[in-house]
Design a protein around this ligand. Structure first.
Ligand code: AMP
Length: 303
């Protein structure tokens, strides 16, 4: 099927053979899994894939098994026609948009459980079963497309950790690429769910990024105690009327284990609700920031 000149594949068999053809002709196969309603965050992944792979498949599938009861499965925004146009512009070769019946012909049977240490914290605490749904659908997509590389956004840092662990533990032959968070001009992390925000909520939502900027500032000025950084962030978020903090965590980005410091390679992650909309965002402390902190504290300073 062609939508906007873009080949849209809905069948698993077709997707498998198109991907195989690309591989047989010597192309590197890239996969960008999405739930659609594409925005610049998704497009940055597609562009990265197109820059590194000869063939890029973008999956658009609102995966029911990763939604909990009472979550927004029904109302999740969908617009396949718009998505295909955007995916094509960004360099995708095909869009894989299977129906639920195609992906789960007998309902959700066999599933992938990532270790509870990874999935029972942060978002997993309020969304039990979510990461099982994610890991299962991602493994299915890997088995269907058989990509050499798959691209994920660090905005969903816990998802990245779960997928990386699954690939490692189950020996899936794919390279996982984690790309930076893409934000609106005022700092709000792009998300298909931002469309749920009222104008007032949209303005309140900026506090999430403000809190992360505050954390960055604190780390850069040498304040590395996780408790102190979190307290600084809570101060900002608690002032935002209509915003309810779900968590602020400072963790190792691979294991999701809590850290007592916000030094090099610490993931500082936030989840909050504004109105009915759940927002997540994070920053990763780089070794440069750590060095800046060290220098200011006079540690590791050779001068
Ligand atoms: P979704 O459609 O929300 O499931 O997201 C599909 C992929 O796009 C996931 O790997 C997300 O992490 C990534 N993504 C979503 N929003 C952003 C963003 N603002 N910046 C970078 N990547 C993103």
């Amino acid at each position: 099927m062609l939508v906007n000149n873009m080949r849209v594949i809905t069948g698993i068999k077709d997707m498998r053979s198109v991907s195989k053809e690309a591989r047989m002709s010597g192309k590197t196969v890239g996969l960008v899994p999405t739930m659609g309603f594409l925005h610049e965050g998704h497009l940055s992944l597609i562009r990265a894939a197109a820059g590194e792979c000869g063939f890029v498949a973008v999956s658009v599938f609102v995966n029911p098994t990763q939604f909990g009861e009472g979550e927004d499965l029904e109302s999740y925004p969908r617009d396949l026609e718009r998505d295909t146009g955007l995916a094509e512009e960004a360099g995708a070769d095909v869009v894989f948009a299977p129906g639920v019946e195609e992906m789960y012909p007998d309902g959700a049977g066999t599933v992938v459980h990532a270790p509870p240490g990874l999935t029972g914290v942060l978002c997993g605490r309020s969304r039990p079963g979510h990461f099982t749904g994610v890991a299962t659908v991602v493994l299915k997509l890997f088995n269907i497309v058989a990509p050499d590389r798959a691209y994920f956004g660090r905005k969903d840092a816990q998802q990245c950790a779960v997928v990386k662990r699954m690939v490692r533990d189950l020996d899936v032959p794919v390279e996982i690429k984690v790309m930076p968070v893409v934000r609106e001009k005022d700092g709000l992390a792009m998300s298909s769910r931002n469309t749920y925000l009222s104008p007032e909520g949209r303005s309140t939502a900026r506090a999430v990024h403000k809190a992360l900027r505050k954390a960055e500032e604190m780390v850069c000025s040498g304040i590395l105690s996780a408790d102190e950084v979190k307290a600084g962030m809570y101060k900002i978020l608690n002032k935002a009327e209509g915003l309810e903090v779900e968590y602020i965590e400072i963790v190792d980005p691979e294991t999701m284990e809590a850290r007592s410091d916000a030094g090099a390679n610490a993931l500082i992650a936030v989840a909050a609700r504004v109105g009915g909309t759940r927002l997540i965002d994070n920053i990763l402390v780089s070794s440069e920031q750590w060095m800046v902190s060290d220098r200011r504290r006079g540690v590791g300073n050779d001068e």
